[in-house]
Design a protein around this ligand. Structure first.
Ligand code: MRU
Length: 344
């Protein structure tokens, strides 16, 4: 991912480790400011996840794995560090999957091994997203108009993205494509982050309010929808940013293909169906305020679920590093990386 900080061009991931500290591009401040922050202890790692300085399922998984290994190296209490990181956000299973991998490496072979495992997760995430992009780009024909929701790009992973990886690769291969970006209330991951990534790459796009998406689909302006996921269940149900479910239902009603792109770390082989996914509820000020200014009357309350669950019956295909799968193929081809699970 290319960006510039104080005039200096950089080609970096959403975060990286330097001198045993984590450096990340602060996603709370994009697109108006590109600012790097340096994090060096457990409080800072947990705060970065909770406040969405780092966000997106694969990114918080890899970040959590690295943060945990660094905490172990600093001599933190292993179970305290594990639990605090795990509980920082509940919905994206990547966090649990990656923490479990690092924990297992630590318990078997010590700190050095946990650090190597964290580095392996980082490399694996980049590789998986690259493959997802290569596999998924065949769905995006010349002239295609793709709709996406939230940000499932390089910021939400480490490079490439999941839903944005096929789009990025189709564009780089010279195809003339167009992206509808739904703005993603309340925190605007679509209009702030996805539009920023597409602008950096010169990919034609327009931002629309979330409630315009059905109108666009009905007008015949959308050829396919591709979204990311925070947790994919054994039966194909999946959680993603609030607003995904409605788009999937409308797409099915209108016969528009609807794809979900995700790496193995987002698959939860212990989760039978969508009803079992914990859905994060965030503070009501995110809904009641815009840019720090209150927009609802004093005394009005808000409800702010960060994710919804889309039943697998609405999904045309799951774009993974193992191919474009249907519901029946999910469990067979996506056993997931959780060490405890593979031992079962
Ligand atoms: O609350 P966020 O911004 O972390 O939500 C992120 C999403 O819902 C993404 O679509 C999902 O994590 C997939 S990221 C490749």
């Amino acid at each position: 991912m290319r960006f510039s900080i104080n005039g200096e061009e950089m080609d970096r991931s959403s975060f990286w480790v330097k001198d045993w500290k984590i450096i990340l591009l602060d996603q709370r401040r994009l697109p108006s400011e590109t600012v790097l922050v340096e994090l060096s202890d457990l409080d800072e790692y947990v705060d970065a996840i909770k406040t969405l300085a780092i966000r997106g399922a694969p990114a918080i998984g890899a970040f959590g794995g690295c943060a945990y290994a660094l905490c172990l190296r600093q001599g933190c209490d292993p179970s305290d560090a594990y639990n605090r990181l795990l509980n920082s956000r509940p919905t994206a299973v990547d966090l649990r999957n990656c923490l479990d991998e690092v924990k297992l490496a630590y318990e078997k072979e010590g700190i050095q091994s946990s650090i190597l495992k964290a580095a392996e997760i980082v490399e694996g995430t980049i590789w998986s997203c690259r493959i997802i992009g290569k596999i998924g780009e065949e769905l995006i024909h010349e002239g295609a108009r793709v709709m996406t929701h939230c940000n499932a790009g390089a910021l939400a992973t480490l490079n490439w993205g999941t839903a944005l990886a096929p789009i990025r690769i189709a564009h780089r291969e010279g195809r003339n494509i167009f992206v509808w970006v739904s703005e993603t209330r309340p925190l605007l991951q679509g209009s702030r982050l996805t539009a920023w990534e597409l602008s950096q790459e010169g990919i034609p796009h327009r931002v629309v309010v979330d409630s315009a998406c059905g109108y666009l689909m009905r007008k015949g302006e959308v050829d396919l929808v591709i979204v990311g996921a925070d947790r994919v269940c054994v039966n194909g149900d999946f959680a993603n940013k609030i607003g995904t479910y409605g788009k999937a239902v409308i797409a099915k009603e209108l016969g528009i293909p609807f794809y979900v792109a995700f790496p193995e770390t987002t698959f939860d082989g212990d989760c039978a169906c969508g009803d079992d996914i914990p859905i994060e509820e965030r503070g009501e000020e995110e809904v009641l305020e815009i840019g720090g200014n209150r927009v609802s009357p004093d005394g009005s309350e808000a409800f702010n679920p960060a994710f919804d669950v889309t039943p697998g019956k609405y999904v045309t295909g799951y774009i993974t590093e193992n191919g474009i799968l249907d519901r029946g193929e999910l469990l067979k081809k996506t056993p997931g990386p959780t060490p405890q699970r593979s031992e079962k």
